[in-house]
Design a protein around this ligand. Structure first.
Ligand SMILES: CC(C)(COP(=O)(O)OP(=O)(O)OC[C@H]1O[C@@H](n2cnc3c(N)ncnc32)[C@H](O)[C@@H]1OP(=O)(O)O)[C@@H](O)C(=O)NCCC(=O)NCCS
Length: 157
């Protein structure tokens, strides 16, 4: 894909499920526990014509590797359409995720990253903090995280 970076916006679960299913579940059921929690946020990246080319989910959740973290959030269900990869949709989603979590007082973003995507998250500023582990039936993963600069109460408004 060439052209402008997609715009990222908060959307309902119904908007993210088709791409999540196609990319991460081989077209199968793609709902995850916690998708409907009130604190869970779904983001979609759209091209100017409105097509959804990327999705991600964010939710407050304890970090297994930073049990003392004050306000950790987990990033899950990250997927971009194969036709746009390498053109900035993934980056736009991570940048929007960071901004959203910081705006909600979060100070840590973490994920179980597919090993094949670890290079992407590293490029985005995440660090690998675990050995490789298997998530059946998907495959090898690593734990990754990024410290965020929390917004001050004044910035939070
Ligand atoms: C991982 C994924 C979300 C990346 O999305 P994307 O739209 O290609 O990301 P971007 O185009 O914004 O890439 C941002 C940067 O990361 C790099 N990058 C992308 N995927 C990479 C990878 N797998 N390994 C190393 N670097 C990668 C890009 O080259 C780009 O580099 P730049 O800063 O020099 O421009 C996408 O490849 C995907 O959906 N993969 C299949 C599903 C998946 O594995 N999801 C993650 C589950 S944990």
């Amino acid at each position: 894909m060439s052209g402008p970076t997609p715009t990222v916006e908060e959307v309902g679960l119904d908007v993210v499920l088709p791409l999540r299913s196609a990319v991460l579940r081989d077209g199968g059921p793609a709902a995850m526990p916690g998708d409907d929690d009130p604190a869970t946020v779904h983001l979609a990246a759209r091209t100017p014509d409105g097509a959804v080319v990327g999705v991600v989910r964010l939710s407050p959740a304890p970090c297994p590797w930073r049990p003392d973290a004050r306000a950790p959030w987990q990033l899950r269900g990250m997927a971009t359409d194969a036709t746009v990869r390498g053109s900035g949709a993934g980056r736009a989603l991570v940048e929007a995720s960071r901004a959203l979590v910081a705006a909600r007082g979060g100070d840590l973003l973490w994920c179980n990253a597919r090993e094949s995507a670890a290079g992407f998250y590293e490029r985005m500023g995440f660090a690998v903090v675990t050995d490789r582990f298997d998530v059946h039936p998907i495959g090898p993963h690593v734990g990754m995280l990024e410290d965020l600069v929390p917004l001050t109460p004044r910035e939070l408004g």
